[in-house]
Design a protein around this ligand. Structure first.
Ligand code: 13P
Ligand code: SF4
Length: 308
């Protein structure tokens, strides 16, 4: 089927099924174009809550669809590809968290939204890269666990040094392979090729590279920075799917990536055909155990409250 025809079919099905299509900046550009809303993890969670539609269809990885379901138990939430997972989300379990809790009875468990529903059910509050600093600053407990991403944890700790100086901050050992694999040398090389281009980086990148960054923030933070800064060219250190929105937002600016070509293969599993099939055949609805729903929705609600 021709792309144009496929897009028409998706538009028709979207109306017929009363669906809101949400997409993350890392998915294929065609999906970002057809989505009703494209955003970072925090904006997507908020959008899911404010939607009046009967159905939410998520162009993103599993934890994103699960989070939408946890925040909207009465809505039908669907994933375009049920096999698109975030490997980092699997790097901590509820059992691991309970082991930390045994060691530190007053522990506040701060969990990146890139986590499974089971992990969230053992957590106190969720964060995303765009609200983490605001939320962690407000935490009263003496012992704080930042999980699962060790790089986001390291970034938060470095930025809140003064606020956290009397606290014991424990950082779990998970990581996103897409961002962890950025190297100092590769960014340095990109800087030598483009000496006038500031480096805009995601906090999930390897902390060994932080020194080279002119700005560190979430995907929407990177987009805002590129839009608002007066420079005409930028080196981008995050997943390459963001290029679609960067070029849309700032068509006259130039964006460079390192030679490492970092891609999230899970995000790239999604395409227009799978979105059409998901809408047409009601595929991949998110169902969660009632007990998990009840427990795992709490830290997400807490996140929305604390990020206000
Ligand atoms: P944000 O869009 O919230 O910055 O998250 C990046 C990411 O890795 C999502 O998987
Ligand atoms: Fe997970 Fe990294 Fe892919 Fe985001 S880019 S979904 S953190 S593996």
């Amino acid at each position: 089927m021709e792309k144009k025809e496929l897009i028409r079919e998706i538009e028709r099905l979207k109306l017929e099924k009363d669906a809101l299509i949400l997409a993350h900046y890392y998915v294929d550009g065609d999906l970002q174009e057809i989505a009703d809303f494209v955003g970072d993890s925090y904006a997507l969670a908020k959008k899911a809550v404010s939607s009046q539609k009967k159905r939410i269809v998520f162009c993103g990885v599993k934890f994103m669809g699960e989070s939408a379901k946890l925040l909207n138990p009465d809505k039908e939430v669907f994933l375009v590809d049920k096999d698109a997972l975030c490997p980092m989300a699997e790097m901590i379990t509820g059992k691991d968290i309970e082991a930390y809790r045994k060691k530190y009875p007053d522990l506040c468990v701060v969990t990146y939204i890139n986590s499974t529903a089971e992990t969230k059910a053992h957590s106190d509050v969720c964060i995303t890269s765009s609200n983490a600093l605001k939320i962690v600053k407000k935490i009263q407990a003496d012992n704080i666990l930042l999980c699962p991403d060790k790089n986001l944890g390291t970034y938060i700790k470095s930025q809140l040094e003064e606020d956290l100086k009397d606290k014991n901050v424990i950082i779990h050992d998970g990581y996103c392979h897409v961002h962890e694999d950025f190297t100092y040398e590769a960014i340095q090389e990109a800087k030598e090729k483009h000496p006038n281009a500031p480096v805009l980086a995601h906090p999930e990148i390897n902390p060994a590279c932080y020194d080279l960054a002119d700005y560190i923030g979430s995907t929407s933070g990177i987009l805002k920075e590129a839009r608002e800064r007066e420079e005409e060219e930028f080196i981008i250190c995050t997943e390459k799917g963001i290029l679609h929105q960067l070029q849309k937002d700032s068509p006259n600016k130039k964006f460079y990536f390192t030679d490492l070509e970092q891609l999230c293969h899970d995000m790239k599993k999604l395409n227009l055909e799978k979105l059409r099939d998901c809408l047409r055949d009601d595929l991949n609805e998110v169902f969660l155990d009632e007990d998990i729903m009840e427990k795992a929705s709490q830290p997400l609600k807490k996140m929305l409250e604390m990020a206000e």
